[in-house]
Design a protein around this ligand. Structure first.
Ligand code: IMP
Length: 422
C-alpha cells in the first residue's frame, strides 16, 4: 500500500505561502508534521477572517488536526509556550491529544540567541536572531541538549554547566554568568513541565499512523534556496527544508514520502542578506512589497522583492523531485506592466541554466528575462481557471513552460477560499 503522505516544499527563499497551502490541504489530512527549522519560520494563515502567524506549531492546528513537531526541529521552550498560550487564547484547542513533540528534538537555550547575535556581527547572514544556527551547530558538535535531556533535571544541569564553560567567554558582553544560569534554570523549571505533556517518540507514532493509512502532510519551513546543503550557501538557514530533510527530520524511510508538491510565489522574495539575481532595483520593488505585504512574519523586516526566477524554481524541482506546483500570490502582481520571468543567467558571455554553486557567480550573474503583458483586473474572486484574464493565463503557462512542471493549484488571495485548481 502506498503511504498516504504529501510533502509541501518551498521552492524559493521561503515565504512562498506554504502556510496557506498546508492549511488548505489539511482539511483532508489526519496529521501535519513540522520536520526542520524552528521559530525562525512564520506561517501566516488567514482563517475565519483572522490572521494567525504560526512559528512552531503546524498550521493544521487551526483545523484541529493532529500536529507533530518531529526530531529535526529545534525548539525554543519559551517561544513554544508563548505560541501555545496565544493560540489557546484564540480558542484553538491544543493538548496532548493533538500536539506531539519529539523527545529527540534539540532545545534552543538563551546562550544560542546570544551566540546568534555575536556571529551576526561578523558573518552578516541576516539571521532571524532566534538562535537557530547555534543550536544546530551544537547538535552537530555533539554538545546539543535534546528534549529528553531537558526533561531529566540532572542531565540537563550537567550539560548546561559544561556548555556554559565553553560558550560564556564568547557572550560575556551580554549578561553575567550568574544571571545567564539563573535565566536558564528558571525557564527550565517553568517550561519543562509544560513541554512534558506533549513529548513522545514521534518516529514510532508516524510509522504507526502511516501504516494505518492515515493521511500525513509534511510542512517544510523556509525554502529550498535556504537549505544548508542545496541553498545559496552560506546565506542559508541551518537545516534542510528540502524533501531529503523529511527522512532525517522524522526518522521515516524515504519510501514513506509519496508525493511532493512545490510551492512557488508568482514573484520572488528573500529576507536577510545574500545573492538574489532577480531582485528589482527600482521603485517597483517597493510597489511589489506593498502589494504583496512582503514583511517578515517573524521579524517584521521588509522582504527584498524581485521577478519570478525559473532557474531558482527549477533547481528546487530537481532537488525535491517536484511533480506539481502551487502558485501563490498571483493577485499581488496586479497593475504591474510588463511582467518578467528570468529564464537564464549570464556572466561574461556564458549562459547558465542551473543555479550556480559558486558564491561569486551567485552574486555576479545577470538574469535574462522574457517579458509578458501584465493585468489590471481584480482576480481575487475568480473561482475557475478559464475565467482568469488572458494575460494571467499566459503568465501562468509561461511559468509552467520554463519550469517544466504543471501548476495544479493557484492562490489568488489570502483567504483559503481564494484558491482555484487548474
Ligand atoms: P536563521 O534561520 O535565523 O539562521 O536565518 C538564516 C537565513 O534564513 C536568513 O537570511 C533569514 O532571513 C532566513 N530565514 C529563516 N527563516 C526564514 C523564513 O521562515 N522565511 C524566510 N527567510 C527565513
Amino acid at each position: 500500500m502506498k503511504p498516504n503522505t504529501i510533502a509541501i516544499i518551498g521552492t524559493q527563499w521561503g515565504d512562498e505561502g506554504k502556510g496557506k497551502v498546508v492549511h488548505f490541504l489539511s482539511r483532508n489530512a489526519d496529521y501535519i508534521v513540522r520536520y526542520q527549522g524552528g521559530n525562525n519560520a512564520g506561517h501566516t494563515v488567514v482563517f475565519n477572517g483572522k490572521e494567525h502567524i504560526l512559528h512552531l506549531v503546524p498550521s493544521g492546528i487551526l483545523e484541529n488536526k493532529k500536529c507533530v513537531i518531529s526530531n529535526g526541529v529545534v525548539i525554543d521552550p519559551e517561544a513554544l509556550y508563548q505560541e501555545v498560550m496565544f493560540l489557546r487564547s484564540q480558542g484553538i484547542k491544543i493538548n496532548k491529544e493533538n500536539l506531539f513533540i519529539s523527545e529527540q528534538a534539540h532545545i534552543i537555550l538563551p546562550y544560542h540567541k546570544y551566540l546568534d547575535a555575536i556571529k551576526e556581527k561578523t558573518q552578516r547572514i541576516g539571521t532571524t536572531q532566534k538562535g537557530i544556527g547555534p543550536c544546530y551547530a551544537d547538535k552537530y558538535a555533539r554538545v546539543g541538549i535534546r528534549v529528553c535531556d531537558y526533561l531529566e533535571e540532572d542531565t540537563f544541569r550537567s550539560l548546561v554547566e559544561k556548555n556554559i564553560e565553553e560558550k560564556y567567554p564568547l557572550i560575556s558582553e551580554f549578561i553575567s554568568k550568574k544571571a545567564l544560569l539563573k535565566q536558564i534554570f528558571e525557564q527550565h523549571k517553568k517550561y519543562s513541565k509544560f513541554i512534558k505533556q506533549f513529548v513522545t517518540n514521534t518516529t514510532n507514532l508516524l510509522i504507526k499512523v502511516i501504516n494505518e493509512n492515515k493521511k500525513v502532510i509534511f510542512e517544510s519551513a523556509q525554502g529550498t534556496l535556504l537549505d544548508v546543503e542545496f541553498g545559496s550557501y552560506p546565506y542559508v538557514t541551518s537545516s534542510h527544508p528540502t524533501v531529503g530533510g523529511i527522512s532525517i527530520g522524522t526518522g521515516l524511510p524515504p519510501s514513506y514520502i509519496s508525493k511532493v508538491i512545490g510551492v512557488a510565489k508568482a514573484y520572488t522574495t528573500r529576507v536577510g542578506e545574500g545573492p538574489f539575481p532577480t531582485e528589482i532595483k527600482s521603485k517597483l520593488q517597493d510597489i511589489l512589497r506593498e502589494q504583496g505585504k512582503e514583511y517578515g512574519a517573524t521579524t517584521g523586516r521588509p522582504r527584498r522583492c524581485g521577478w519570478f526566477d525559473s532557474i531558482v524554481v527549477k533547481h528546487a524541482i530537481k532537488i525535491n523531485g517536484i511533480k506539481e506546483l502551487v502558485l501563490t500570490k498571483l493577485d499581488c502582481l496586479r497593475n504591474i506592466h510588463p511582467l518578467k520571468i528570468c529564464v537564464a543567467y549570464k556572466y561574461k558571455n556564458k549562459i547558465y541554466y542551473d543555479f550556480p554553486t559558486s558564491r561569486k557567480l551567485q552574486w555576479l550573474v545577470k538574469p535574462i528575462y522574457k517579458t509578458f503583458p501584465g493585468f489590471s483586473e481584480d482576480i481575487n474572486s475568480i473561482s475557475n481557471y478559464q475565467s482568469l484574464p488572458k494575460n494571467v493565463k499566459n503568465y501562468i503557462e509561461a511559468i509552467e513552460h520554463f519550469c517544466g512542471v504543471k501548476i495544479k493549484m493557484i492562490s489568488l488571495g489570502r483567504d483559503r477560499n481564494e484558491t482555484i485548481f487548474k
